[in-house]
Every structure is written in C-alpha cells, then in structure tokens.
Design a protein around this ligand. Structure first.
Ligand code: PLP
Length: 495
C-alpha cells in the first residue's frame, strides 16, 4: 500500500517518519545486511562496524550460566521456581531483581553511591526508558537540549511517540567536544527565542559516539543549571561499566550528593541498561532510576508496556548478586575493551589516522577530516559511501550523530572477533595508503603544473578546464583531492 494511503488510514505519528529510518546511520546497516562479512564463507563482504554491541566478554556469562543451572527455571535445578516466576506479572518487578540491580549500579560507580531499589523502574532496554521518560516529563512541542554529537536513535526514542524535539548544544573538536556552559546557555536562549519550552537536558555519559567520560565539573554545572532553570537532567549512563582507562567514570548520582548542595533532585533521572556493559541487548533490560517520586510512580505504571520478562529478571537477579563473579567480570571486561581499543587505534596510527582520545564504550571516534574533498556534510557522506561500498566497512558518519564538523566517523570495534578486527584494520590501512599515494602524486602534479603556469609555459593550457583558467585549476587542486585522483583511486567510484 502506498504511504500516501497509509497517511489516511493510520495516525499521523504512525505514518510519519519519526522512526528516523532514513538516517544514513540505518543505511549502513542495510548495506551490511545485503552482503555480510563472514570469515569463512564471505571474506569479501561488508564488516559491521556500525553496531555498538559488546561481544568481547559473553563467554564469561555463558560460563557462569553453565555453572549456575539453578539460575534458570528451565533446568532440573531451577524448575521448582517455574510456577512462581511464570505467573509473576507485578510491574514493580521481582524484588530480588531490583535489589541486585541497585547493588550492581552502585558497584559499577565504584561503590561511592548507593541506589534505592524502590526507585528502579524497568523498561524494554534504554530505548524504552527514554520513551517512558519523555512521556512523563514533556508535552508535544517541548524540547530537550542535547550536546552534539549524540546517539542518533535519541531522535526516535525520545521524540517519536512523545512529539518532543531535540535541540543541539553545539560542541567542537577544539576542546575534545567538551560541553561548555556557554554552549548550553546559547542553546537554551536560542530555544526560548524560538518560543520553544525547554523541559530537559539529555546527556550520555560515557558518551556515544565519543567514547569519553564527562568530568565532575561539567556534571555539577549541568545539575546546577537544571536546578536554576527548572529543567530536567536526564543522564544516559548505559556505558557506565564499559570504562577501561583513566579518567574514571563519575555518575550524576555521585555529583548531586557531593558537589551540588542545593540541587533539586526531583529533576534528576538516570537511564541504564544491561545491553552494553554485559552485551545483552537481546534481554531488553532497561532501567529508569529517578529521584522524583511522581516520575517513579508514573513510569512504573507505564512499565506495563515494556516489562522485562520475569524469567530474565530471575536469571539476572542471581547473576548480579554473585559478588565474586561481578568483580571478576567487570575487571576482565575492562581489560578486554582496553586491549581491543588499543589494537584498533594503534592500527590506525600506523597510517597517520587519529581517533579522539577515548577511555570508554565500544567504539572510537575516527578523524578523517583530512580526507574530505571539502568541509561539508556532503563531502563526508561521499567519503562514507566509498568506505561502505569500496572498503566494505559499515562505519557511521558523524552527520548521523548531528556532529557539526564533517569528517568524523564512529567505528565500533567490540562486536567482532580478533581476526575480523584485523581484516577491518587492514582494509582501512590499505584504503588510507592508496589515498595518501594518490594524493601525494596529485599534489606533485599540481605543484608542477603551477610551476609551469608561473613560468608562462604553453602546455599547461592543455590541462586546464575550458573555463576558469589557471586560477580555477589551482583552486580545484587545493580544495578537491577527489577531483585530482587517478582512476585507480578507491574514492573515484563512490556511488
Ligand atoms: C547511548 C545509548 N543509549 C541507548 C541505547 C539503546 O540501548 P538498549 O539496547 O538498552 O535499548 C544505545 C544503544 O546503542 C546507546 O548507545
């Protein structure tokens, strides 16, 4: 059925494009789906580096579940609990699950802060948590301010059903994309000038896509700003347990207790999930932890729409309560994430490609600004298409994260084995070396052409465009490496 007809039959929300599937972020996934890489059966396929998935420590969870058959209600050791768990449908969730979760959240935050199990509300992943929070906190047309670059699916998760909008707080590479008070005030004032009511500030700490943690001072500034202007502060801490190097992670929970004495806690909400730190996105375990009683009460009623299966709660309650395993898991996971991050970034350094200095998350924020034809989003997408179609890596362009500086790409490196990682690194190195060789050759040719032009030699005219003369030719040479590439360049065949 044509979408125009659907427009008549379905609600405006359902027939609109609020899902954001036309973002380039999802296009990359489609390219992968059509030709997925496989080490043994399709070595020429597209390698998925667009998925922030953590496969590095799943073996530890598998081992744990094998040695704890009582954690499953479908084994002889756990079957005595089958009826109780299968019948359970209270949207408060299993008490033992909320207790274990609260304890675990404290552990991940270095034991510096305690969480109250009664403030934990369950949702279908962090995705469901954001949808629920937007429902509770804002009305259609209201806005959240979000520092850029930010996780693309926020546009769907926060806005699709609620009808709110996200307005960017512009951050820049000059200070490592650190959020400043000036940028926040400018976004806030800008929204008010437009007549938009700001209901919240949404941050991700550690950041997706930057892979960096937010410092205590910035968090305190945000909490103070939220209190002063009576706006909510929503902190997505989904990567809290995936910090693998210094500086250490600081949770907003700790900051409001220690650093912002007059903070209005009714405005503070944490989103968490087990999708990333444990690599369990299929379990759909999301958490809203709100300091606001009314939000907890409303979100809890809403949780009937996306409650975590009681079987999953039961299993996780047992696993999260195993202190010895949790300590070992978190330490080993951090070690593996650090090793993978180093393997990837060192591989890129060999060909002079840098990433933003990150210490968290499942990805790197790769700087390919020097490879752009010009500093435009179009040039970034052009380069991205080459990387997808020729280099066959599904990385995600910065524009899809609302980054205002073209040339940055998010590359996920925790969702594959070492061998696939090595193939991916080889492909990037090969691509960059080809680009560098072509670029150097072309620069040499351009310099020679310019010397000829300066000496007034006649043959130059043969190589110039029909219109524009020497000035146009030299402009082309300097501003457009693509225009000067040989036909062998991997960038010439961009589709
Ligand atoms: C910052 C952030 N929040 C939320 C999500 C969604 O997580 P979940 O699978 O728990 O819905 C992701 C997934 O990539 C994410 O990176």
């Amino acid at each position: 059925m044509a979408s125009g007809n659907n427009g008549l039959l379905l609600s405006r929300v359902a027939s609109g494009d609020g899902h954001g599937e036309n973002s380039s972020y999802f296009d990359g996934w489609k390219a992968y789906d059509m030709n997925p890489f496989d080490l043994h059966s399709n070595r020429d396929g597209v390698i998925q580096m667009g998925l922030a998935e953590n496969q590095l420590s799943l073996d530890l969870i598998e081992e744990w579940s094998l040695s704890h058959p009582e954690a499953s209600i479908c084994t002889p050791q756990g079957a005595s609990q089958f009826r109780r768990i299968a019948n359970f449908q209270d949207y408060h969730g299993l008490p033992e699950f909320r207790e274990a979760m609260a304890k675990f959240m404290g552990r991940v935050r270095g034991g510096k802060v305690a969480f109250d199990p009664d403030r934990i509300v369950m949702s279908g992943g962090a995705t469901g948590a954001q949808d629920t929070l937007a429902f509770c906190l804002a009305d259609p047309g209201d806005a959240y301010l979000v520092p850029t670059p930010y996780y693309p699916a926020f546009d769907r998760d926060c806005c699709w059903r609620s009808g709110i909008k996200l307005l960017p707080i512009e951050c820049h590479s000059s200070n490592g994309f650190t959020l400043t008070r000036e940028a926040l005030v400018s976004a806030y004032e800008g929204a008010r000038l437009q007549g938009t009511r700001v209901k919240g500030i949404l941050i991700t700490n550690p950041s997706n896509p930057l892979g960096t943690v937010m410092d205590r001072g910035t968090l305190a500034m945000l909490a103070a700003f939220a209190t002063e202007h009576r706006v909510h502060l929503i902190c997505d801490e989904i990567y809290a347990g995936s910090v693998f190097a210094k500086p250490e992670f600081v949770s907003i929970a700790e900051v409001i207790e220690r650093d912002v004495p007059g903070c209005n806690r009714d405005l503070i909400h944490i989103v968490y999930s087990l999708s990333k730190d444990f690599g369990l996105p299929g379990f759909r375990v999301g958490i809203i932890y709100s300091y606001n009683d009314a939000v907890v009460a409303c979100a809890r009623k809403m949780s009937s729409f996306g409650l975590v299966s009681s079987q999953t709660q039961y299993f996780l309650a047992k696993m999260l309560a195993d202190d010895e395993f949790m300590a070992r898991f978190l330490a080993e996971s951090a070690r593996r994430l650090a090793a993978r991050h180093e393997r990837f970034t060192a591989g890129l350094r060999e060909v002079g490609i840098a990433c933003l200095g990150g210490n968290a998350g499942l990805f790197s924020w790769m700087d390919l600004r020097s490879m752009l034809r010009d500093k435009t989003p179009e040039a970034e997408l052009e380069l991205w298409r080459v990387i997808i179609n020729q280099v066959k890596l599904n990385v995600s362009p910065g524009t899809s994260f609302h980054c205002n500086e073209p040339g940055w790409f998010r590359v996920c490196h925790a969702n594959m084995d070492d061998e696939t990682m090595d193939v991916a690194i080889d492909r990037i190195r090969c691509f960059v070396r080809k680009y560098q060789t072509n670029n150097n050759n072309n620069k040499r040719k351009a310099a020679a052409a310019e010397r000829w032009a300066a000496s007034g030699a006649r043959p130059l005219r043969l190589s110039l465009p029909r219109r524009g003369g020497a000035a146009a030719a030299s402009h082309l040479a300097l501003s457009s490496p693509l225009a000067l590439m040989s036909p062998q360049s991997p960038m010439v065949h961009a589709s």
